[in-house]
Write a protein that binds this ligand. Structure first.
Ligand SMILES: NC(=O)c1ccc[n+]([C@@H]2O[C@H](COP(=O)([O-])OP(=O)(O)OC[C@H]3O[C@@H](n4cnc5c(N)ncnc54)[C@H](O)[C@@H]3O)[C@@H](O)[C@H]2O)c1
Length: 289
């Protein structure tokens, strides 16, 4: 059984991650400034802006909530552009990630997963993507303070790995996180091809996002790697080729483009992590009708 510390476990993706890790036999501690409204695991109030609090938690020094931890999963952040001022978003997210990575370094925790974001791929694609499906092969194109912060998180993580050849940090570039109750709105997306073009019509079921986190913890390599984490299909019933022709004319395709397969390539996560998404909005909507 692995002992795992999760930051931001009180949030939308975090609750699914805590549940998945506990169900797979991990002993989990959540640290978050917000309370965890379930008893699935222990939770401690920590502000990631405060290095002392973060270091105490990750070094395993909190009374009755001690370590040592085998792995740290860092999800806590203001999770999108426009939820707070740019300056607040940046000032909350980037130093928070530094504090977590630095505390992991001091604690000699060499198995770290951090939440990055699909936004680094160039969302909302006012400038069209270089090709579709997009993948991890081109340098990030952040278009917001939030996304710039995620790129800096990834950059810091790569440098921490350069400092310590035994360290692994997986940055998971999650697509737009969905819970099953969100799927009722999906069939309406088809009527407007532009409404969801901002992320190439992608999404990630929180439960599959949690699977990706667990597989990243179990991965078998050292160093830094970034992975796009999305579901296997788009949010649309219309075909990808007709969507691309209408909304992104002139953007070349790369490899095979299936009818409704994700345009946020998950091939690297499949290959290196064994990621295998289990859910689709299509099945959830069909099951309810
Ligand atoms: N929701 C999405 O669509 C989406 C998409 C891509 C990436 N992500 C990333 O995934 C992660 C989780 O997102 P989410 O949707 O669960 O967000 P959420 O807002 O539901 O949860 C984030 C949690 O982080 C905590 N937090 C934020 N700042 C903190 C701080 N300074 N100290 C302690 N706790 C703090 C919050 O209290 C909250 O519980 C984030 O890093 C986000 O950027 C989310």
């Amino acid at each position: 059984m692995r002992k795992v510390l999760v930051t931001g476990g009180s949030g939308k993706l975090g609750r699914a991650v805590l549940r998945d890790l506990v169900e797979h036999g991990c002993d989990v501690l959540n640290i978050d400034q917000a309370p965890l409204n379930t008893s699935i695991c222990k939770s401690v109030k920590v502000d990631l802006a405060n290095f002392g609090e973060v270091a105490e938690a990750i070094l395993g020094g909190i009374d009755e909530r001690g370590g040592p931890f085998d792995a740290v999963v860092h999800l806590a952040a203001i999770p999108a552009p426009g939820l707070a001022s740019n300056a607040r978003t940046f000032a909350n997210n980037v130093p928070g990630t530094y504090n977590v990575l630095e505390a992991c370094r001091l604690a000699e925790i060499r198995n770290v997963v951090i939440a990055s974001s699909e936004t680094v791929l160039g969302l909302p694609f006012e400038t069209p993507p270089p090709y579709a499906p997009v993948d991890e092969e081109y340098y990030p194109r952040p278009e917001s303070a939030y996304s710039l912060g995620k790129l800096l998180d990834e950059t810091m993580a790569a440098q921490f790995c350069r400092w310590d050849p035994l360290l692994r940090i997986c940055a998971l570039r999650f697509s737009n996180v969905m819970n099953p109750e969100d799927y009722a709105a999906f069939p309406k997306f088809d009527s407007d091809p532009v409404a969801r073009k901002w992320n190439l019509w992608g999404y990630i079921d929180a439960r599959d996002g949690a699977q990706a986190v667990r597989r990243a913890i179990q991965a078998d390599f050292t160093g830094f790697e970034a992975f796009i984490i999305a579901n296997a299909d788009t949010v649309m019933s219309r075909s990808n080729m007709s969507l691309l022709a209408e909304v992104f004319p002139g953007v070349p395709t790369k490899g095979n483009v299936s009818t409704n397969g994700t345009l946020l390539s998950i091939e690297k996560a499949k290959r290196m992590l064994g990621y295998s998404p289990q859910y689709s909005w299509r099945n959830e909507v069909a099951a309810k009708s």
